[in-house]
Design a protein around this ligand. Structure first.
Ligand code: ARG
Ligand code: ZN
Length: 866
């Protein structure tokens, strides 16, 4: 039943034009489609169109109604055995948007109509070849009751007007042929924030962001981010927007983050609406990056799309790379890089090292929805980043230009994309292609040999990728390792490579290994390897702690400066969790962090990242079988030691970083808040009564959501009545703001305290808990399962049982959302058997449940397979 890349065949029929006519009504929407179809090639295959959950009304070919014998309709397809080479097909179906809890196709959110078609939702709207390589020009007529005030679809508005009986209509035309997954329709009462820009060729583009009534002011930041994105894509990639109108709509009920429908992006409101009182700095940051991401898809996704869903990374990995580059330009390269790598390690590394490991371009799937993964998005972006490093910025840009020129208006493949860079760089990239086909995180080992007399440093690099399901033997991958040298005092050590003087070099591993001799190395070097995280690998070095202290204090590469601290902290915590605590080392680490905090040259945002220790999940991945209780204990112990040692400095930061003047969401102000909140968070690990008062005061004095959540989190870590009071106050203050209520649920789900599991179980009965709303569900359930390891891994197994119960309950409502809850159980083999067996038992219970969706079945059964 699996779908395979090797089975790809071009579409049997093409559709040049479609006219859709929607007669909207929440329970019974009529959809008429008029398709101009032509046979693609010389064959006698029947016409097969996808269609699910459609109530047939009529089917006519070239104006003649088809009888029962001339067509068949089943749960998945409309089949017409005999068709001419060129013809018009007219169909009419009825659908029930109100009953659509999958939130795929056409559904209702907050009393408004909206759509989500990627990947295979269009088939729940009308019969159509629901595959990305059929590109069609859409004309859409929408009719509805006047109370659905705005009637929106892709492209340009051709006409609009009144109809008898209190109804009205609008007709939209999208001049750009597109696959049906990019179709969108929205209808309802909305407020709109309007603006405009002039593009680089001097065209004026109207920008409109539609939101729930009363919310327009909260779209201002998204609008600002959109304008900056449009400008950036012109400057960085020469890409100009192509319609006269660009619209975004925010909806409350949405399965994912956002969707790049041509000219009409649809967003989860949590990634669009922000003001200082209700959104945190992290929300602002995400809004900026997702607005950019969806906008950038206009070229990498819409104008050039994927031939089939195996090519998903063609648009997603590339577009993530583009949005990461944008964010780096907006917010600072080093800090952005650290955040991106943290995210990669937290989400993609576990995937790559678990039962669901798959290549950036997978070769088979049951449900494509299950492949919107960190591997395809985040690792996909890393692959592009390496490509740019390997061929250089100029050849990279030239390759992108060629790609846009050659493939505009087409659905294409990763091979064709890479071919553009082979041509622009003149390099053979066939080895590089293995990055798309091979799963797993390579381990790269760096060995050094310094010869004092000869002043040479020999670096020997090798790699090994552990096996992943279905791929027992791994090929070596070409990968760039950026390297620089410091001396013991932390000064940059210059060197020569191939007769050239330099401070930094990129060593490329070809055929799995590399050996390089650097000359003119005057003093014993400390090696700073994999600078900027130049490849998505696990680095193994023979560096000693003293080398890492040098890097932590002085590496001009800020990524590696941060990384040195992370490595030191990780080893100390793992040693303690393994029963061999290194108290001297812990003290030394605390001192070094203290020095780093007083470094006047370092930005607050960077220091905030330095203060955050590697997560418990990251530690669990580093040494297996993992013992979640011991890891939690070890991490808390190191936090407490830091809190004790740095007490004075933390308090100084907390006082010194108070907000000056008006709130501003910019990166520098956000960095100051981040450091101040990180200081408070650490102080909570040493909770004396003054700290309780400090946290309470922090919460009460908060004039923005970042600080309110910061204060509340610190109180939560301390626990007790002060927390209970603040928590109740918070709910009372924000109960009418859904996005803030989500934060209230998520905060409690993250509580590492003893009573947290019971509280989480109780919250499923809270009147505000609504499993039909993906944001609310994820706030409680995903947050608990993936961000609260010490409580999720309750020795009784009650945390696992809770998750499995939720998966099964939600599967009946919304399978694609349910499937994305499976992942935390998937790592069962990494844990000590007393945990792992309990996790496995829940997976077995899930797989054994009758009527399970394909989505959940695919992930849960793969998690159990050997
Ligand atoms: N293309 C969208 C984006 O990344 C996400 C669509 C998610 N769809 C899915 N079936 N998981 O911007
Ligand atoms: Zn995307």
């Amino acid at each position: 039943q699996a779908i395979r890349l090797s089975d790809y065949r071009p579409p049997a029929y093409l559709i040049d034009e479609v006219e859709l006519h929607f007669d909207l009504s929440p329970n019974a929407t009529r959809v008429k489609a008029r398709l101009d179809i032509r046979r693609n090639g010389d064959h006698a295959e029947p016409l097969v169109l996808n269609g699910e959950r459609l109530k047939p009304v009529s089917v006519a070919l070239n104006g003649r109604a088809l009888g029962e014998g001339e067509r068949t309709v089943d749960d998945e397809f409309l089949t017409i055995p005999n068709v001419p080479d060129v013809f018009t097909l007219e169909t009419e179906v009825e659908i029930d948007p109100q009953a659509n809890t999958h939130l795929e196709g056409l559904y209702m959110s907050g009393g408004r109509f909206c759509t989500q078609c990627e990947a295979e939702g269009f088939r729940k709207i009308t019969w159509f070849p629901d595959r990305p390589d059929v590109l069609t020009r859409f004309t859409v007529r929408i009719e509805a009751d006047r109370k659905f005030q705005h009637l929106l679809s892709n492209g340009n508005l051709l006409e609009a007007g009144e109809l008898p009986g209190g109804r009205h209509y609008a007709v939209w035309n999208d001049p750009f042929p597109k696959p049906c997954y990019l179709f969108a329709l929205v209808a309802g009462e909305l407020d709109v924030l309007e603006d405009s820009i002039t593009t680089m060729s001097g065209r004026k583009v109207e920008l409109k962001i539609y939101v729930d009534p009363g919310m327009a002011p909260r779209a201002a930041y998204a609008m600002d981010a959109l304008k900056r994105s449009m400008k950036w894509d012109e400057e960085a990639f020469g890409r100009e927007y192509d319609l006269d109108l660009f619209m975004i709509v925010a909806v409350r009920d949405f399965n994912f983050g956002a969707m790049e429908n041509k000219g009409l992006n649809i967003f989860n409101s949590s990634l669009l609406l922000a003001d200082p009182a209700t959104a945190t700095d992290l929300d602002y940051e995400r809004i900026e990056s997702v607005v950019a991401h969806e906008y950038f898809h206009n070229w990498t996704g819409d104008r050039i799309t994927c031939r089939d869903w195996f090519q998903l990374c063609l648009k997603e990995g590339l577009t993530v790379f583009r949005d990461q580059s944008f964010s780096a330009d907006m917010r600072g390269e080093a800090v952005q890089r650290i955040k991106d790598v943290k995210q990669l390690r937290a989400r993609q590394f576990p995937e790559d090292q678990g039962p669901l490991a798959h290549p950036v371009r997978p070769s088979s799937y049951l449900k494509i929805d299950n492949f919107y993964t960190a591997t395809i998005y985040e690792k996909g972006a890393e692959v592009i980043r390496m490509l740019k490093t390997l061929i250089g910025a100029q050849a990279f840009r030239a390759g992108m230009d060629l790609y846009f020129e050659r493939w505009d208006g087409h659905a294409t493949t990763v091979e064709e994309f890479i071919r553009c860079f082979e041509e622009s760089s003149g390099q053979d990239l066939s080895d590089f292609f293995a990055w798309y086909e091979q799963a797993g995180t390579p381990k790269v080992t760096v060995k050094r040999r310094y010869d004092e007399a000869a002043r040479t440093l020999e670096l020997e690099l090798s790699q090994e990728t552990p096996p992943t399901p279905g791929q027992p033997n791994k090929r070596p991958l070409p990968l760039p390792v950026a390297v620089g040298l410091l001396d013991a005092e932390g000064r940059t050590l210059a060197f020569e490579r191939d007769g050239q003087a330099m401070d930094e070099t990129v060593i490329v591993l070809k055929d799995g290994a590399a050996k390089v001799t650097l000359h003119g190395v005057d003093r014993p070097p400390v090696v700073s390897a994999l600078r900027g995280f130049s490849a998505p690998v696990t680095l193994i070095t023979d560096a000693e702690p003293k080398d890492r202290y040098v890097l932590l204090a002085s590496d001009p590469d800020l990524f590696n400066r941060w990384e040195a601290g992370q490595g030191l902290a990780r080893d100390l915590m793992l040693a303690r969790a393994g029963g061999a605590p290194n108290e001297v080392g812990e003290e030394r680490f605390a001192e070094a962090v203290g020095r780093a905090l007083t470094d006047q040259a370092a930005e607050p945002a960077f220091k905030a990242l330095l203060l955050a220790l590697p997560s418990e999940q990251e530690l669990a991945l580093a040494r297996q079988p993992a013992d979640p209780a011991a890891i939690h204990e070890a991490r808390e112990t190191l936090r407490t030691r830091l809190a004790l040692h740095l007490d004075e400095e933390l308090r100084r930061l907390h006082t010194g970083l108070q907000q000056l003047g008006e709130f501003s969401p910019d990166a520098v102000s956000a960095g100051r808040r981040a450091l101040r909140n990180a200081a408070l968070d650490l102080m909570a690990a040493n909770p004396r009564s003054e700290v309780v008062e400090l946290a309470r005061g922090h919460y009460e004095a908060a004039s923005n959501m970042t600080d309110a959540i910061g204060g509340l989190s610190a109180l939560m870590l301390i626990g007790g009545q002060a927390f209970e009071d603040a928590l109740a106050h918070f709910y009372d203050r924000w109960k009418d703001e859904p996005l803030v209520v989500d934060k209230w649920f998520a905060l409690q789900a993250r509580d590492p305290g003893d009573g947290a599991l019971g509280r989480v179980l109780g919250l499923t009965a809270h009147p505000a808990f609504d499993p039909k709303n993906p944001n609310r569900l994820r706030a409680l359930v995903s947050t608990f399962a993936s961000m609260n390891p010490s409580r999720f891994h309750d020795p009784s197994g009650a945390g696992y049982r809770f998750l499995a119960d939720q998966i099964l309950a939600v599967d009946a409502i919304n399978p694609s959302v349910a499937a994305r809850l499976v992942e935390p159980l998937g790592g069962w083999r990494r844990y000590r058997p007393e945990y792992g067996e309990l996790m496995k038992a829940e997976l077995q219970r899930i797989v054994g449940t009758e009527g399970l969706s394909k989505n959940v079945y695919e992930l849960a059964s793969k998690a159990l397979a050997d």
